[in-house]
Ligand binder design. Structure first.
Ligand code: HEM
Ligand code: NAG
Ligand code: NAG
Length: 497
């Protein structure tokens, strides 16, 4: 399954729902851009051909001028991986060219391609995000390099592991408030409120439920518009997302001011959360982030970690509901951990390390339904790959699903089998739910802890059954979701432990 690619098409689905005046304006723009781009393209390719006779671009088609293959990608929007797979079969297993978002793009489809993109960062390629993403988080690490290390160091395991107990507390209170005493609920919805509450708590110590709910409302609007065509006209999803981002910034500013005072008066610990960490910790040159940089980065993390982690937890719950033998193994592992604890003692890092089987279940879920279908790079010099040339300036895309389901690396790829991850047999660059290289997802440890802590809490208390066994999973807003939101019947775990 997928996401980022599909996200591009969410752009075009919106494209279709534009109101009339937007369409008019857009077609005007299109016509204008078309004439400009056609002239420059022809001029450029003329010089290129004149300069080098050897240049063989990857096979593939650009589709329509300007909109490229965006509409075709949209057609397979519920199963965007098919877009990639069809082209791999038609053109080349390793690479094809296309045009999306108005950009010439090469899609890399195998472990060798992943290796080039992940290990070539800053040498051959740099990370690139669509313009809409850049404009919503203008001061975040997506656009500025200085603060990246700082953010990554808060999310590093050595730092995060001390927060496992807090995660446990948040998961427990979430279960008390939203799960206990219920017969039936929609898991997808409730899991989202857990991951969001946890992010608010660990990033900015916001735990007032009303405040959290208000922020979550805004964030959902933001999520719906981040990967749209960036047309700043009232009514578009992109425009609403810009407004939501501003609303969240307005909510965060007073939180920062108050925190600064509390830190000065030594009322709070500098290690309390991400906010305090960023307020007191400088980068390599000792420079502190500005308030607005801190806000944009918190906004980015709230966005990047929200739908991703919650959709993984939801799909893990779905898999456990449908595969009782796997549920039982997870239960056995978690029960052993639970009975080793004293009454009221919170989970810690050592406990997490014992969750080996549970983690394999999560990995297998990530393999078959990677929440992020891949990510972009930009070529900073001319590249050659698999016998093809890719000109400097082209946008590149790597795709996770293509290697995750390749039978050469994962025999019987459609089978859900956590034991694939036992031992150390994985071929490098074939399992890439978090990307790789210097731009690998900085939130991967955070995600892991958050998922395992939830799993521990939910398995400990409940057994559950899917209301719609075999419920279909489709891509929506770029992420794989059970189409009905995974309604489940809850039963209190009979053998308390
Ligand atoms: C299971 C959950 C998650 C998955 C599958 C996931 C996956 C990814 C992927 C594939 C990328 C692109 C990497 C690349 O360009 O090569 C990415 C980037 C990113 N992720 Fe995650 N992520 C998850 C959770 C999180 C969480 C919880 C956070 C924050 C706490 C987070 C923060 C980020 C950020 C800030 C980036 C951008 C990094 C950059 O551009 O340098 N992610 N993620
Ligand atoms: C297509 O990809 C393969 C690797 O999968 C590569 O070896 C081959 O050269 C490519 N095909 C052509 C026609 O160049
Ligand atoms: C599970 O996935 C993570 C990356 O997401 C990887 O680092 C880890 O090695 C995997 N586990 C196994 C046992 O392969």
């Amino acid at each position: 399954m997928d996401s980022l690619l599909n996200i591009i098409l969410q752009g075009s689905s919106n494209f279709l729902s534009f109101q009339l005046y937007e369409l008019l304006l857009l077609s005007l723009l299109l016509a204008l851009l078309l004439s400009v781009s056609l002239t420059t393209v022809y001029r450029r390719s003329f010089f290129r051909l004149a300069g080098s006779t050897q240049l063989t671009l990857p096979p593939g088609t650009y589709g329509w001028p300007l909109i490229g293959e965006t509409m075709r990608l949209k057609k397979s929007s519920k199963k965007p991986e098919e877009f990639v797979q069809q082209r791999m079969e038609r053109y080349n297993k390793s690479i094809f060219k296309t045009s999306l978002l108005g950009e010439r793009m090469a899609v890399f489809c195998g472990p060798a391609g992943n290796k080039v993109l992940f290990s070539g960062e800053n040498r051959l390629v740099v990370s690139w995000w669509p313009r809409s993403v850049q404009s919503i988080f203008p001061l975040s690490i997506i656009t500025s390099h200085s603060s990246r290390k700082l953010l990554a160091s808060f999310l590093r395991l050595e730092y995060l592991r001390r927060h496992v107990g807090t995660m446990d507390t948040v998961a427990w209170s979430h279960m008390e408030a939203q799960w206990a005493g219920r017969r039936q609920l929609k898991a997808a919805h409730h899991v989202k409120s857990y991951t969001f509450a946890l992010a608010c708590r660990l990033f900015a110590s916001i735990d007032d439920p009303d405040h959290v709910l208000r922020l979550q409302g805004e964030l959902e609007v933001l999520v719906g518009g981040v990967l749209q065509i960036p047309v700043k006209l009232p009514g578009t999803r992109y425009y609403k997302a810009m407004g939501a981002a501003e609303a969240i910034r307005r909510e965060l500013r007073p939180v920062i001011r108050r925190r600064k005072m509390d830190l000065t008066e030594k009322m709070v610990s500098p290690a309390q959360d991400l906010l305090s960490y960023l307020l007191v910790t400088g980068d390599e040159d000792g420079r502190l982030m500005t308030e607005e940089e801190i806000i944009d980065n918190i906004l980015l993390l709230l966005f990047a970690g929200h739908d991703t982690t919650s959709c993984v937890i939801t799909l893990v719950m779905k898999n456990l509901a449908e595969k009782p033998h796997i549920y039982n193994e997870v239960l056995r592992e978690q029960r052993e951990i639970a009975i080793s604890k004293k009454d009221g003692e919170l989970l810690n890092w050592d406990d997490i390390q014992k969750m080996k089987y549970s983690w394999n279940v999560v990995n297998e879920t990530l393999r078959l339904a990677p929440p992020v279908s891949g990510a972009f790079r930009e070529a900073i010099s001319d590249l050659t790959f698999a016998g093809f040339s890719i000109p400097k300036g082209w946008k590149l895309f790597w795709s996770s699903y293509t290697t995750h389901t390749n039978p050469d690396y994962f025999p019987m790829p459609e089978k859900f089998d956590p034991s694939r991850f036992e031992g150390d047999g994985l071929t490098p660059y074939t399992f890439v739910p978090f990307g790789g290289g210097p731009r690998m997802c900085p939130g991967k440890e955070f995600a892991r802890l958050e998922i395992l802590v939830f799993l521990h809490n939910v398995v400990k208390r409940f057994k559950w059954e899917a209301v719609f066994p075999g419920e279909k999973v489709e891509i929506e807003d770029g992420m794989p979701h059970p189409v009905q939101g995974l309604p489940i019947l809850l039963q209190v775990q009979p053998n308390h432990f």
